[in-house]
Each structure stands twice: as structure tokens, then as C-alpha cells.
Design a protein around this ligand. Structure first.
Ligand code: SF4
Length: 644
């Protein structure tokens, strides 16, 4: 394995700066270098259905898709790309097309003649996937590499001759048995899988190449891209990167998960093209991608400039480890991150104000019911509180309000300014506001029980908070830290995307014992975003996770409808991961992380999986959701939904 150094995974972890890659040409657009970050997506139509593929491509292009990818599972689809290209040109659309290849080198060689870019998956281009663990000696491993070179070189030479670009697209879920045997199911294995192919391109002096390292798990995805950047830098390479989270799902969860993974890397200055992959119509992806990219528009970015004297990072960018903090009143330490509800702007606080924060009060029963998305702490600022609250909910208020009204009430805490900290009795628990532009945290040594609430109005929150992470580490401080975000946008979808991007990178780096989101959106939108970000970074699991593919020309059933049917019956199974995949070719590999899988095997036929093992085969589609539920019950993972 090549050398990686934690310091060179991006240009500057403390000041956002774009990692400038080689500029490559894909048809009439450039990718990398100083080119804008490109938006791309993939059709869901059968590539043999020329009219549907053309119509879908046009809808995507009209929404802002700059590269349209189509699946080419065999030679006939690869041939039909010529017809699709011709029709699009006739309609006045010269957007570059990309052929998506799995398993079929001869389809790739045909497609390379008709489209501007070919995407190959190094996990299955030359290696066959049999889910076997084979012990490789150095000799047998190097023989396997020679075989790859023999199969892959003709495509490289053809692309070089024709001026066709290539994406080496590694997927966490479809690593070859060979890579898995040697490197395991790791970011390291993903990087090596791409590097084996990249070295062949390099050897043949072919550089019109983009690389991707997609995964459904955002931690694995971010670590793999970071590791790739570091290794390429070590080797003097600088190929552009295409970013995406695979099988992100649909709706709010799909958007938040994509924004966490893609946003974390864009905060690092890494990424030249993106795909927000959703289990929805492909044209729905472009507006979401545009809203996310708007956050990285230099014109809306007002950073606070940070001078850092040390290049020693307080975290390992390639490996998740939570920052070590003390547990103060169940915040920090090994506790899951807490979620804040902000009611400081509400004049008269009533039980109904808590509804959006997952705390429901039943008047006839005179009882609180806490959902799985119940906030942990409410901030009331200067307001009065004449409501009897559930015992688990902590209350935070301004120092003056606390002093005057709540000093003796257990579960009530003051939020103090730095200048007020000395007014609090030593060793009592309190929250302290720390402005992230102030890099001096040494005063906290006197307050080991202070919970730090980190905030800033500047756009470079990720970098500023990271700088505080460094300062706390230098001063050997273990105070729990709450990270705040208040994206200055009105649109709820943009709010979700920007908040996920602000906080995702920090949580992936192990920083943050709680999140506090504020905005003009509804309390439910704010609360769902906070819990969604924690779920997407796997730091607090509060709901079922759906690993559903975005669908493509191989899809054998209506993914959107099936996902929503499965969701409606299983959404209460907190912590379970359910894979919903359109085809048997890539589905099982790509949902490798799931506890249960629902995979299309033929028209109207479904296989069900328990982890990676097929346990029910060829079930008629109309019975498959019920069979899935029966399977979950048999394995003891079912609970009945709560009735309230
Ligand atoms: S898993 Fe889904 S997106 Fe991937 S190839 Fe199969 S149908 Fe297409």
C-alpha cells in the first residue's frame, strides 16, 4: 500500500481552498482545473428504448445536467448509444454522454466509439465476483494484475486514440473478491482498486481520466476520497474527482445523506463533478445538486481568515474516532450527540410548541409521548416556562433568566458568555457560548464542567470549528462541544443541504457532542434535519435506514413506489438497514451493508436477502413486501409500530 500522510488529504483543512486538479476534456465541456464543478446524473430508462432514453436525457439536460450517463449492460445497448446520441444532436442537445459499464469489456469498447466518456467499475471490469475469499500469494496477486492489464489496456488505447474520456468508478459495494481478500472492505481497498487501473492508464500515457470512490456509508466514502487525494499527491498525480454517495435513498434522507458526504469533501476543497443520487426521477437530482453547490459559490462565502501555526491535525481524516470528551450530565463522553430545540423566540411557550421537536403532549391522558426523534434540550433564552415538561428534557436559558427564575430547578442550566463564567459556582454544570473566531480556549481549563456551545456567523464554519478542535486538543481540554449552524437561507431544502454540509464533515472527523440548528424553517424541518445529519454520519441512529439504488436501465421494478411501500411498513424499525435494489447484477454488492435486502431478479420476480445471503428466491413481486416483513419477523428484528 502506498504512503498516506494525514496532512495532505486536502490543500488546507483550516481554510477552504480548492484542490486544483488536471483539466480534462469530455466532449464540449472541461472537468477539473478551474472549471466549474459539474453536475451529472443517470437515466433510468432501458437504453434499448431510444425514445424514452432521449426524452429522459432532454428532461435532465433542461434541469441542468451537464453529463448524461446511460447504462450499457451488453453490446446491443452500447451500439444503441449511437442512435441516442444522433437523436439528441438532431434535437439540438450536444451534452456529453457517458456509458456505464459493468462486467463487459466488449461493450465498453463499442461505447467508446459513440459517446464522450466511458465509466468502468474496477471491481468487475476484469475480475468476476463470486463472493469468495481466496488467499493470494504475491505471485498469484501479480498474475491477477497482469490479467487485468491485458483486458483493460485495449480500452485505454482506444479511448486515447478517439479522445474519449474515462471514469474509473470504484464502488464500496462492488469491490472484487481479490481486493477484498487482500485489503478487506475498507477505504484502503477502494483506493487500491482504482489505483490498479489508474497505473495502467498512466503507463499508457492516457490522462483523460476522472476517478470516483462512492459508498453508501458516508464515513467510508469521505475517508476513501481523502485517502485517494493523499496517495495521488504522493505520486505526483492530480486527476479530477467525481463525488457521490451511492444508494442514498429518497426524500429528505437521500438529500441529507448526499449533502453530508459530498458537502464534507467540498468543504475540503475536493471534487470536480457531483451526482446527488436519489431514488426519484433523474431530473429531480439537478435542482438539489445546484442548491448544494450554491453554498460553495465564492460570492456567497464570507470566511473568517484563520492563521494556523500547526499542521498537526487533531483527528485522523482516514479513520473515524470520536474526540475524547468528558461526560457532563450525559452530554459528551460515550453518549450519543444531543439535539437542541430552540424556542427562545416564542413568546408564550405551550406544549404544542414541542410537537415539531418530537415531544407530543396528550391532553386527555395528561402525558408526554417521546418519539424516536425527540430533542434532548430546549433553549428558552429570556422566556418564561409554565409548562410541565417530560423529565428527560433539559432546559437551557440565558444567565439572567436562570439566576432570576430557575436557579434552584433541577434540569435547568444557564448559557453564559465567556465574561459571565466566573459568576458560576466552581464545579457546577453550565453551558458557555464560545465564538469560533476566538481561537483561545485556554480559559476553559478552569471550567471542566462547562459544555461549550460553538457558534459563528461566518460561512467557513467547518474550518473555524476544526480550528477550535485543534485549540482544545493543544490545551488538552475535554469539555463536551455543541456545534451550531444557522444557514442563512429560507428554502427548507437548501437549509437541509447546507446544514448537513456544515456539520457532516465535523461529525465524520469525530467532533461534536451535540447539534443545535436554528432557522426560519418549521420546527419539524429543523429537528428532522438535525436527526437526519446524525443518522447520515452514523453518530446517532434514530430511524430505519433505506439503502435504495437510484435505478437505471437495468431496474426491474418501480423503485420509487416499492421504496415508499416498504418505508410505510417498516419506518418504525429503528436502527435496521434495508437495501432495495433494482437488479441482481449490482444490487447485492452495493447493499453490502444492509441487514435485509429486496432485489429485482427478473420481470416481476424478487430475491430477499438476510445480510449478504439469499434466503428467498424468485418471489412474485406482489407478495414480496409481505414476505420481507415475514422474514424480518422470523429473525426477531420486528417490533409492532407504536400507537399513540
Ligand atoms: S443496483 Fe440499481 S442503479 Fe445499480 S445497476 Fe442495478 S438497477 Fe441500476
Amino acid at each position: 500500500m502506498q504512503k498516506t500522510t494525514t496532512e495532505n488529504y486536502c490543500n488546507d483543512p483550516f481554510n477552504r481552498s480548492r484542490n486544483v486538479t488536471n483539466e480534462i476534456q469530455v466532449g464540449n465541456i472541461s472537468i477539473g482545473g478551474q472549471s466549474p464543478i459539474r453536475i451529472q446524473s443517470m437515466t433510468t430508462a432501458d437504453t434499448m428504448d431510444t425514445q424514452m432514453s432521449v426524452d429522459e436525457s432532454i428532461r435532465m439536460i433542461q434541469e441542468g445536467c451537464e453529463l448524461v450517463r446511460l447504462t450499457a449492460p451488453s453490446k446491443k445497448e452500447a451500439e444503441n448509444l449511437a442512435e441516442i446520441k444522433k437523436r439528441l444532436l438532431k434535437e439540438g442537445y450536444n451534452t456529453p454522454l457517458v456509458a456505464d459499464i459493468h462486467f463487459t469489456p466488449n461493450a465498453a469498447e463499442i461505447a467508446a466509439k459513440h459517446v464522450e466518456k466511458v465509466r468502468v467499475n474496477p471491481g468487475n471490469y476484469a475480475d468476476k465476483k463470486k463472493f469468495e475469499t481466496i488467499e493470494y500469494t504475491d505471485e498469484s496477486y501479480s498474475e491477477a494484475l497482469n490479467r487485468i492489464e491485458e483486458k483493460f489496456t485495449p480500452l485505454v488505447l482506444l479511448c486515447k486514440e478517439l479522445g474519449t474520456a474515462m471514469r474509473i468508478g470504484t464502488n464500496h459495494g462492488s469491490l472484487s473478491d481479490r481486493i477484498l481478500s487482500r485489503y478487506g472492505d475498507t477505504p484502503n481497498g477502494m483506493v487500491e482498486s482504482a489505483m490498479e487501473f489508474l497505473r495502467i492508464c498512466f503507463k499508457n500515457d492516457f490522462h483523460n481520466v476522472v476517478i470516483s470512490m462512492k459508498a453508501s456509508n458516508t464515513l467510508v466514502m469521505v475517508q476513501a476520497y481523502r485517502m485517494l487525494v493523499s496517495i495521488m499527491k504522493e505520486q505526483g498525480m492530480s486527476y479530477p474527482l467525481h463525488l457521490g454517495v451511492t444508494e442514498a435513498g429518497d426524500g429528505e434522507d437521500g438529500r441529507i445523506k448526499s449533502a453530508v458526504g459530498i458537502g464534507a469533501l467540498l468543504e475540503d476543497g475536493v471534487g470536480d463533478t457531483i451526482r446527488v443520487s436519489l431514488t426519484e426521477k433523474p431530473e429531480a437530482e439537478m435542482p438539489v445538486a445546484r442548491k448544494l453547490l450554491e453554498k460553495f459559490n465564492p460570492e456567497v462565502y464570507t470566511p473568517f481568515s484563520i492563521n494556523v501555526n500547526s499542521n498537526k491535525l487533531p483527528y485522523n481524516p482516514f479513520y473515524y474516532k470520536k474526540r475524547e470528551s468528558n461526560s457532563v450530565d450525559n452530554i459528551g463522553g460515550q453518549n450519543v450527540p444531543v439535539v437542541f430545540a430552540d424556542l427562545s423566540k416564542v413568546k408564550t411557550i405551550k406544549p404544542s410548541h414541542f410537537f415539531g421537536f418530537g415531544l407530543n403532549y396528550s391532553v386527555p391522558l395528561d402525558k408526554w409521548n417521546l418519539t424516536d426523534l425527540a430533542a434532548d434540550i430546549v433553549y428558552i433564552g429570556e422566556q418564561q416556562l409554565n409548562v410541565k415538561l417530560p423529565g428527560t428534557l433539559k432546559v437551557l436559558c440565558s444567565y439572567s433568566n436562570w439566576k432570576k427564575n430557575f436557579v434552584k430547578r433541577p434540569g435547568f442550566y444557564p448559557l453564559v458568555k465567556k465574561s459571565e463564567a466566573s459568576l458560576i459556582k466552581q464545579n457546577s454544570v453550565f453551558f458557555i457560548k464560545h465564538n469560533a473566531e476566538d481561537s483561545d480556549t485556554s480559559y476553559l481549563t478552569k471550567f471542566p464542567n462547562a459544555i461549550v456551545v460553538l457558534d459563528t456567523q461566518h460561512s467557513n464554519k467547518t474550518q473555524l470549528y476544526r480550528h477550535i478542535h485543534l485549540s482544545l486538543a493543544k490545551n488538552k481540554l475535554k469539555n463536551p462541544v455543541i456545534i451550531c449552524s444557522q444557514p442563512a437561507v429560507e428554502d427548507p431544502e437548501t437549509f437541509q443541504l447546507w446544514a448537513a454540509s456544515d456539520l457532516g464533515s465535523l461529525l465524520i472527523d469525530g467532533f461534536g457532542d451535540g447539534v443545535w440548528l436554528r432557522g426560519n424553517q418549521t420546527t419539524q424541518q429543523i429537528n428532522n434535519t438535525a436527526f437526519g445529519v446524525l443518522q447520515a454520519t452514523r453518530t446517532r441512529i434514530s430511524k430505519t435506514e433505506y439503502i435504495s439504488c437510484p435505478s437505471c436501465g437495468r431496474t426491474l421494478f418501480d423503485l420509487q413506489e416499492t421504496t415508499s411501500k416498504i418505508r410505510s411498513k417498516t419506518a418504525h424499525l429503528k436502527g435496521l438497514k434495508i437495501g432495495i435494489m433494482g437488479c441482481i447484477v449490482n444490487g447485492p454488492g452495493e447493499m453490502a451493508d444492509a441487514d435485509y435486502g429486496y432485489v429485482g431478479t427478473g420481470p416481476g420476480k424478487i430475491h430477499l436477502y438476510k445480510e449478504q445471503i439469499v434466503v428467498r428466491k424468485n418471489i412474485p413481486e406482489e407478495n414480496a413486501v409481505d414476505e420481507l416483513i415475514a422474514l424480518i419477523k422470523e429473525n426477531g428484528d420486528w417490533t409492532e409500530p407504536k400507537t399513540s
